[in-house]
Ligand binder design. Structure first.
Ligand SMILES: Cc1ncc(COP(=O)(O)O)c(C=O)c1O
Length: 378
């Protein structure tokens, strides 16, 4: 007997977001102040202080998107024309767009078949004298192997950037917060993320020189404390005060969001125990559960079966690896076979939500059990 239809909350509906009285108050506070630009207000600077405190890092820079945060990181690392940046083929385009726009070349290292995160051996093999940085993504909220990546980067004298857009408050196998091992860590506040202000980004760092370069790049290379001098190249990536105020209210809720996602994911994993033909992609410990990534035999068929029951699932997460997009020069099919196998056949990503209660999880689990019966293991 199929479970009764319980609508699944989504990030595009009020039930699937944590936006409420605090965010409303925040917006009105800023509107009433009439200061909407963060060059002149206190909200974005307060958000930075709160983010730095949350992650225990001395510096945070707020900006207009996760892509902008990655651009601050790439600029601060001094990436320029002809340079190479080693990164993953399975991510949002925002991970590589800043590299491309600096006239540098993203070099794609293959991922681990088990979870889609960068394979540290492949990263090391991809490093050349032109490499200027490594960008690791914590895919779906599961940890990339930052311990090994840190060691490799240190040995080669390279900065490590952590793309934590999908990994708010995730932890690695040693229990370290994701976003505290790389020289810079970047976060997104886009609509689909754990917490949102519509769009927005944050970059955190320990090194004051890196932080200063990011801050200058965020505001036209202009240190406003010394007059109207543009010391370095920079863009306008300022976070508006309305966004920052909402982000502050959301940041106060991120712990609860991650706890709720973990509880729901734990229930799903219990329900799937012993089920043939489907397994978690990666390790559950420390996962932030932006999505629940599964490994199956034929992801397109699974996604179709689940869709027929109203349970959304993304086969492969992406349609193609980043390098196979027309906007990325020089990409060729076959470059990263494990990434291609995950995208084309074995990876099934379930959108996840902090508002999933037992009924929602049981509905997803029931649909997966029935799909497992109908889809032959392979
Ligand atoms: C891993 C990853 N990196 C970067 C980004 C870019 O963030 P934004 O959409 O805020 O620019 C996203 C999300 O969109 C993402 O998931």
């Amino acid at each position: 007997m199929p479970e009764p239809e319980i609508p699944l909350p989504t990030v595009l509906d009020p039930d699937g977001r944590t936006i409420g009285a605090q965010e409303r108050e925040a917006v009105l506070r800023v509107l009433d102040s009439a200061v909407l630009c963060s060059a002149f207000g206190a909200e974005a600077r307060s958000l930075e202080a709160e983010m730095a405190a949350l992650y225990g890092r001395p510096h945070a820079v707020a900006c207009s998107s996760g892509t902008a945060a990655l651009h601050l990181a790439v600029a601060a690392c001094g990436v320029g024309p002809g340079d190479e940046v080693v990164t993953t083929p399975i991510s949002d385009f925002g991970t590589v767009a800043p590299v491309l726009v600096h006239g540098a070349r993203p070099v794609f290292a293959d991922v681990r078949a088990a979870d889609g995160n960068l394979d540290p051996d492949a990263v090391e093999a991809a490093i050349t004298p032109r490499t200027r940085a490594v960008i690791a993504v914590h895919l779906f909220g599961g940890a990339a192997d930052v311990a090994r990546l840190r060691e490799i980067c240190d040995r080669h004298g390279l900065p490590l950037v952590e793309d934590c857009a999908q990994a708010w408050l995730g932890e690695d196998a040693a229990g370290r917060l994701l976003g505290t091992v790389g020289d810079i860590a970047c976060f997104s506040l886009q609509q689909y993320k754990h917490i949102t202000a519509g769009d927005g980004g944050l970059a955190i760092a320990d090194d004051p020189a890196l932080a200063r370069r990011m801050r200058l790049f965020m505001d036209k290379g202009w240190d406003r404390s010394e007059g109207r001098i543009h010391r370095e190249m920079g863009l306008n990536y300022r976070m508006p005060e309305l966004v920052a105020a909402v982000a502050r209210a959301q940041l106060a809720k991120v712990g609860g969001v991650v706890r709720a996602r973990r509880a729901a994911a734990g229930r799903l994993l219990d329900a799937l125990e012993g089920l043939d033909g489907v397994a978690l992609a990666g390790e559950p410990t420390g996962h932030a559960w932006w999505m629940v990534p599964l490994l199956v035999g034929d992801n397109a068929r699974w996604a179709k079966k689940l869709a027929a029951e109203g349970v959304p699932a993304l086969p492969g997460y992406l349609e193609r690896p980043l390098y196979a997009n027309p906007a990325v020069p020089g990409g060729r099919t076959g470059l990263c076979p494990r990434a291609e196998e995950l995208i084309g056949r074995t990876l099934l990503a379930l959108p996840w939500n902090e508002a999933y209660g037992a009924g929602h999880v049981d509905r997803v689990a029931g649909a997966l059990r029935r799909a497992a019966r109908r889809v032959p293991a392979g």
